[in-house]
Design a protein around this ligand. Structure first.
Ligand code: NAI
Ligand code: MG
Length: 497
């Protein structure tokens, strides 16, 4: 595909011909004049040059966001904001094929998967449009002396800095834009350097939808420069971050200066617990795709496969057989089910963990190799990999690998399954496969994680809160819970006599 097809007319028409920053409604180059390149991880080919924002661009973007927050945007009624979201949603629908293709080229997701996200993304936007007009305070019983009337007002938290990862650009960006528009905040969005193109295009569609200049600013750039400047900025009221645990900790440190509000959606090492009474075939496919989808590059991936011992061997073999049928390849090929890893660093990390697992005593039942034959050699492809003989204390069972690697661990009793499931510093996703209602309910209560999927894995609903326990994060995205993360509560205490 011609690179220019990805460029929107306005966004491409800058002097640098690199994809620009969006600040205060204008497409501009970075003040430094620097650019960086985004490559297709399936082929190694250049997708686009992108202007490289840094601290001084972040300053301009934050100033624009502040001005917009205090300006006309603050007078938009919830219904007017809702109308903006609905117009934006129409434009996203009209341009979805281009957005889906951009994600394929920028980060390697298979086109069939990327296209299939249309309804999910539109559903998200409809949810946020509805949430706009559902925000409300409360009147509260008063106990102060005199004739009093007390109530609460919900007010937007202010200027939000959003920092996104590369593993699902179109969806992650909506999760950040949606609550900002719904609550009346403004934002500076720093997309991941590995997949920045979708965010820039969405910024353009927001302007087209009538969202005033400065409400959403987009500053692509690197984490340790632009990202760090945003996280530490004294005039940013809140950071919403999705990414690694280690950067999450840096964001917490950087937030101290002005005590920012934080939403952190970090990693996971999610247990997927299979009981012997499960629907075997459904569980095999569900557990396999629960980890191999998106090449294992998802925060909720069910990477610890806990299987009741009586079916352990048979189940692990079936998952391995299923894994071998998955077609790994370039996301542009409509037959591809599993795309490449995002970059060389992730490739080395994932293959390094497979080697480490073997050194720790795990046995590779299937997969385990980087694919290098023919065209594979140009990209970062790793076979879906099943490791057995894993114990929960091995590093492969403790660390987030973020690749198509599953660790199979047997258990004997419900109690043992629960203990192993919870023996992790993370608490993001989890799965249970059983036909017993009692086992399902007990497990759903026993697992310390933000989401428990029962007889299914990985589906997310815009109305259902999503987020992590323990070091998987702080706060929730989606659901009305997410709105609270972008709102301040003001108490008004009034004496009227
Ligand atoms: P990362 O956490 O470094 O990158 C995520 C975002 O944070 C990017 O936009 C990046 O530019 C930004 N960032 C990096 N350093 C920053 C800093 N000091 N201040 C502010 N922003 C900063 O993740 P990376 O390097 O892409 O992947 C490494 C590992 O992180 C993966 O192997 C995986 O374990 C985890 N990860 C988890 C994700 C999730 O969905 N929870 C998404 C992406 C990565
Ligand atoms: Mg890229």
């Amino acid at each position: 595909m011609n690179v220019m097809h990805l460029a929107s007319p306005k966004a491409a028409a800058t002097e640098t011909a690199a994809r620009p920053l969006l600040i205060d409604g204008k497409f501009v180059p970075a003040l430094s004049g620097r650019t960086f390149a985004s490559h297709n991880p399936a082929t190694g080919r250049l997708v686009a040059h992108v202007c490289e924002g840094d601290a001084e661009d972040i300053d301009l973007a934050v100033a624009a966001a502040r001005k917009a927050f205090e300006g006309p945007w603050s007078r938009f009624t919830p219904f007017e904001r809702q109308a903006c979201i609905l117009r934006f949603s129409e434009l996203v629908d009209q341009n979805f094929e281009e957005l889906a293709m951009t994600d394929v080229l920028d980060m390697g997701v298979p086109i069939t998967v990327s296209r299939s996200r249309r309804q999910r993304v539109l559903g998200l936007l409809r949810f946020y449009a509805g949430a706009c007009t559902a925000i409300r305070g409360a009147t509260t019983p008063d106990s102060l002396p005199g004739e009093m009337f007390t109530y609460t007002l919900k007010e937007p938290v202010g200027v939000v800095g959003a920092i996104t990862p590369w593993n699902g650009p179109v969806v992650h960006t909506m999760w950040k834009i949606g609550p900002v528009l719904a609550t009346g905040c403004t934002m500076v969005l720093k997309p991941a350097e590995d997949a920045p193109l979708t965010a820039i295009r969405l910024g353009e569609l927001l302007l087209e939808a009538g969202v005033p200049p400065g409400v959403v600013n987009v500053v692509p750039g690197f984490g340790h420069t632009a990202g760090a400047a945003l996280a530490a900025h004294g005039d940013v009221d809140k950071i919403s971050f999705t990414g690694s645990e280690s950067v999450g900790r840096k964001i917490i440190d950087a937030s101290q200066g002005n005590m920012k509000r934080l939403t952190l959606e970090l990693g996971g090492k999610s247990p997927d617990v299979v009981f012997a009474d499960c629907d075997f075939k459904a569980a095999v496919q569900g557990a396999a795709m629960g980890v191999f989808a998106n090449s294992g590059q998802s925060c909720t991936a069910g990477t610890r496969l806990l299987v009741e011992r009586s079916i352990f061997g048979e189940f692990v073999d079936a998952v391995s057989d299923f894994a071998k049928t998955l077609k790994v390849g370039d996301g542009l090929d409509p037959d591809t089910q599993i795309g490449p890893l995002i970059n060389r660093k992730q490739l080395d990390r994932v293959t390094g963990y497979i080697d480490l697992g073997e050194r720790e005593g795990a046995r590779t039942v299937s997969g385990g190799r980087r694919l290098t034959e023919g065209a594979y050699g140009d990209g970062f492809f790793v076979e879906p990999t099943v490791l057995a003989g894993v114990t929960n204390d091995m590093k492969v069972a403790r660390d987030e690998i973020f690749g198509p690697v599953v660790c199979a661990i047997p258990f004997d009793t419900f109690e043992e399954a629960t203990t192993i499931a919870n023996a992790t510093s993370f608490g993001l996703g989890s799965g249970v496969w059983t036909q017993s209602l009692a086992t399902a309910h007990r497990m759903a209560k026993a697992i310390r994680a933000g989401t428990v999927w029962v007889n299914t894995y990985g589906g997310l609903d815009p109305a259902v809160p999503f987020g992590g326990y323990k070091t998987s994060g702080i706060g929730r995205e989606c659901g009305l819970e997410q709105m609270e993360e972008y709102l301040e509560t003001k108490a008004v205490i009034m004496k009227f006599a």
